[in-house]
Design a protein around this ligand. Structure first.
Ligand code: NDP
Length: 316
């Protein structure tokens, strides 16, 4: 058996909408992409239930089904989809190196990083349980808000995302409780102003969730004022978390530029990073939109950028 590492034209790291969309485009351009699925094959969408806002699915689709569809489409054009987790990279170039599961070395002319991000959760047992059964705990108001139309909901967080999502929910729901753990917001003044001027958002400062109530669906939350110790219950049918996201970019520390939270930086209007041949798509570089469709779009862009890069190098 040869010890020479496998050499590929295009290595895609991550299997969310960004990774699979990149794979579809790269495969159709004959880059023969190899895609490693990572620790959560299918990405964040495998942890959601209905996806009703992805174009092309008039009747909606569950997140896991949608990711299966995307995978099949990528494989139809002979993307080599593999189990495995890229655990180390060496981007010295011109050929980039990656190690899968700490042992298998693979060399690539181009790498498309689509490792995604994960929402932060409180970590309460009933929060996790109800989230996992699609019982009314979610971290995406734009994705799931519609299901709570006409209902009373609570949202946790005090950053710009929380303000944006509370405002979004206030257009669908008659009442939105916004739980802020400190006595003030972290969000920009303009965002806070919008929240304060929305009559059906009630901000509860110094308030934290102690438990999420309900067996199959959220039937309420128990709360506590962390200043006074006063406890209470809110009758809500949905709990939205907007307490931040963590991009899965640890692997690229020291190689690529990232912001203070770890989101990867890329060139303006392009998916290229500061290292030639390394591109980024999806939530790993997107702190603002974080939608399946925007991830898919940037996956397409990364594949086109990779193809052009290879052509300019005379390698394709
Ligand atoms: P942030 O990290 O800015 O805010 C997270 C919020 O969640 C904070 O208010 C924090 O509270 C709160 N929080 C964290 N953990 C808990 C917990 N366990 N319990 C209760 N509350 C908790 O994340 P965002 O997603 O809001 O924003 C990320 C970045 O994206 C920011 O830089 C933001 O400015 C930017 N952004 C900009 C937008 C725009 O300009 N339109 C829209 C959306 C995001 P605390 O304040 O007490 O730490």
């Amino acid at each position: 058996m040869s010890n020479t590492p496998e050499h590929v034209k295009c290595l895609i790291i991550g299997s969310g909408p960004a990774g699979y969309s990149a794979a579809i485009y790269a495969a159709r351009a004959d880059l023969k992409p190899v895609l490693y699925e990572g620790p959560l094959p299918g990405g964040q969408l495998t942890q959601t239930t209905e996806v009703d806002n992805y174009p092309g699915y008039p009747n909606g689709r569950t997140g896991p089904e949608m990711m299966e569809d995307l995978k099949k489409q990528a494989e139809r054009f002979e993307t080599d989809v593999r189990h495995g987790w890229v655990t180390k990279v060496d981007l010295t170039g011109p050929v980039h190196k990656a190690w899968v599961d700490e042992k298998t070395e693979i060399h690539a002319d181009t790498i498309i990083i689509s490792t995604g991000a994960s929402a932060k959760w409180l970590g309460l047992p009933n929060e996790t349980r109800l989230r996992d059964i699609g019982g009314g705990v979610t971290a995406c108001a734009v994705c799931d808000g519609f299901f709570y139309k006409g209902q009373t909901v609570a949202l946790i967080g005090a950053g710009d995302s929380a303000c944006e999502e509370a405002t979004y929910l206030s257009k669908l729901c008659p009442k939105v409780y916004m739980l802020v753990r400190r006595g003030e917001f972290r969000a920009s003044k303009a965002m806070v102003h919008r929240v304060e001027n929305t009559s059906n958002i009630e901000v509860l400062y110094n308030t934290e969730v102690e438990d999420v109530l309900g067996s199959d669906r959220v039937e309420g939350i128990s709360i506590v004022n962390n200043k006074t110790g006063a406890k209470g219950k809110l009758d809500v049918t949905g709990l939205f978390l907007a307490i931040g996201h963590t991009p899965a970019t640890e692997l690229f520390k020291g190689w690529l530029d990232m912001d203070e939270t770890g989101y990867l930086k890329h060139d303006p209007d392009r998916t290229s990073t500061k290292i030639p041949g390394v591109f980024v798509a999806g939530d790993a570089a997107d702190r603002f939109y974080r939608q399946a469709v925007t991830s898919a779009g940037s996956g397409c862009m990364a594949a086109l950028d990779a193809e052009r890069y290879l052509a300019a190098q005379g390698k394709h």
